[in-house]
Design a protein around this ligand. Sequence first.
Ligand code: COA
Ligand code: AMP
Length: 274
Amino acid sequence: MNRETLYSIRMRAAHHGQHVSGAERVVSADKIDQSVHSLTVRAKRKIPHPHQIVITIESLQELPVRAVTALDVVTVNASDMTAGRSSASTLLQGLGIAQAAVHQAMVCLARGPAPSGGNMRGAMIIDAETGRRLEPDQERGLRATRFDWSDEAYGEVDGMLTGAGLTHFRIREALALATKVAHAPHVLAELCWSDDSDYFAGYVASLRTGYVRFPVLKPEHDSHGGRAIFVDRIGLDMSALRRYLQQDVVLISSVGAIRRSLEPENILESINTD
Ligand code: COA
Ligand code: AMP
């Protein structure tokens, strides 16, 4: 039986050549117009108003679609940045990532990981053992793209997150992105805090922990941020990782659980040891 053709709808907006907004959907043909409309409205709402909005509509007919379950979500009750970063570091080390690699990632995210001093256009890829950066272009990094919630899963996760008081649109999008990244070959974990100066929360995500959310991982009014994807270097095929993140289509077709929040001292309880 032929699969219904899906389309990748991607929006990026720039102000004076600077990327200011981006979002994407994977939808059936009948949802293209509505998706283009809502992505355009979203870009136009951005302040300062973008000079350029680019919408790409691409048929995914030839590409396989991988259906995955969303990561579980758990919040750590770490009330400030120091407690948050310390707890995130403990968790990453509990996942087998060397202390030096965690330190290297946090230093980079805090100062802006691009060699030119600013934020990157994608994620760092970090060797979990040595902390060495492996992404071919350190200004750009690798970007996860071509992923979305199925309609059913989106409705369900939206209700669950709202019920848990997690109403910021960024969480739904970051959870989707983190779910795609966590299913990548050789990925052990991801660490993220936003480059948005008004958004301080961040996360550690992996298949073994789910999406572990820290309410504060950066100082107020700081516009430095980024993503660090920690990989097991042994057997890593960088082309396969790049292909998975940037080309393979991932549809999140079922939701995970919202788990009971954790105190920072109990952070390692979030690791599934099965
Ligand atoms: N940050 C900075 N610049 C970006 C960017 C981003 N996230 N995405 C695109 N650009 C700019 C870059 O200059 C890029 O050139 P490069 O490939 O040399 O870096 C250029 O736009 C073209 O990028 P391209 O990959 O062709 O864009 P696209 O239109 O196919 O996809 C996005 C754009 C924004 C939809 C996609 O990159 C993305 O980030 N998707 C995930 C969005 C999401 O859900 N984020 C959740 C965050 S919580
Ligand atoms: P944001 O969560 O949108 O504030 O993005 C934080 C950082 O994540 C950016 O500064 C980029 O370094 C990185 N990033 C942005 N988009 C992607 C993506 N699609 N995949 C991986 N990393 C990204």
